[in-house]
Ligand binder design. Structure first.
Ligand code: FAD
Length: 283
């Protein structure tokens, strides 16, 4: 973890584009509360498929209109080079300087590969650098517990390094509840000469069923002791939330003490859990 010590700590909040007008109003209210603690930026997720992309553009536009530093996510799977460049030109014209560059996932049933011009996120990073030089600060994804499709842990780390070699400035991790996985991942990257901040992605725990569903899909492990405690609370949402805040705050505190270069919160468009953790950390 030595290499991470020198980086300034950055704090950021991730949002998803709401589907409805009511969802948009809720997002706006929550962003106003989150903005009060002065994060470095807000990021907005982006999905493969037409209508969800339009909602990302709308959410980004609103954040920009509020003069908040905004980092749109951009996935390359299923898109042509021209489409990607057009989107980035638009972001550049809005004064945006930071993007989260991803491969993305195709909707289930679409099959992988063969659609679009770019197959992996390292190719997207290369395209952005070739077309826009240093205009964009590029964030990429990292997987301390490894990407579900990676053939091996080692291959996944080497694939992560490709994105850094292509010009990524920083990384945000998939969420995890095992800090050791993160320390080991960072140490392995360090040995390969990777020298960028690798910021832990933090998922507050607020709902047992959703957490299990997400985690199974993205390959994040819920330690047995956390799973068992959450299971034991049954429908007692207040206890799940209180336990979640306590456990995640303690993990964030440990990560920062071990020189993690900041935290990126998966807010799920809710300000309360992230702000409670923030307060517990005394940030
Ligand atoms: P890559 O880095 O391309 O890796 C994908 C897989 O391919 C890995 O198994 C890797 O080992 C392998 N691989 C990589 N490069 C090569 C190569 N050159 N040759 C062979 N194999 C290779 N998804 C969305 O749809 N929208 C979002 O907004 C979004 N935001 C995210 C934000 C964060 C911080 C994270 C961690 C994930 C996010 N995701 C999002 C999910 C992400 O898109 C998926 O996990 C996707 O499956 C992989 O994207 P990636 O950019 O990590 O892909």
């Amino acid at each position: 973890m030595d290499s991470q010590k020198k980086f300034e700590k950055t704090f950021s909040f991730e949002l998803f584009p709401p589907k409805t007008e009511a969802g948009m109003e809720k997002l706006q209210a929550n962003v106003k509360e989150l903005a009060a603690v002065n994060p470095l930026y807000f990021s907005v997720t982006y999905g493969a498929g037409g209508s969800t992309q339009e909602r990302t553009f709308q959410s980004v536009e609103w954040l920009v209109s509020q003069k908040l530093d905004t980092a749109p996510h951009l996935s390359c799977i299923g898109s042509s080079r021209e489409e990607i460049i057009e989107i980035l030109e638009h972001y550049k014209s809005q004064g945006i300087h930071r993007v989260v560059a991803l491969r993305g996932d195709l909707p289930s049933g679409a099959g992988l590969g063969g659609i679009g011009d770019l197959n992996y996120a390292n190719e997207l990073v290369t395209l952005i650098r070739e077309t826009f030089g240093d205009h964009f600060h590029i964030e990429v994804a990292a997987y301390p517990e490894f990407h579900p499709q990676a053939p091996s842990a080692e291959a996944d780390i080497l694939n992560f390094k490709r994105k850094v070699d292509a010009g990524a400035n920083a990384a945000i991790t998939q969420y995890f509840y095992n800090p050791d996985a993160y320390y080991r991942f960072v140490d392995s990257c360090e040995k390969l000469g990777v020298d960028i901040p690798i910021v832990p992605g933090i998922m507050p725990i607020t709902n047992y069923t959703n957490l299990i569903r997400f985690s199974d899909a993205c390959g994040a492990e819920i330690p047995r002791w956390i799973r068992k405690r959450l299971e034991g609370y049954g429908d007692d949402i207040a206890s799940i939330k209180a336990f979640g805040i306590e456990v995640v705050s303690a993990m964030c505190d440990t990560l920062l003490r071990h020189d993690a270069p900041g935290l990126h919160f998966y807010t799920m468009n809710q300000s309360e859990p992230a702000l409670k953790i923030w307060k517990n950390l005394g940030l």
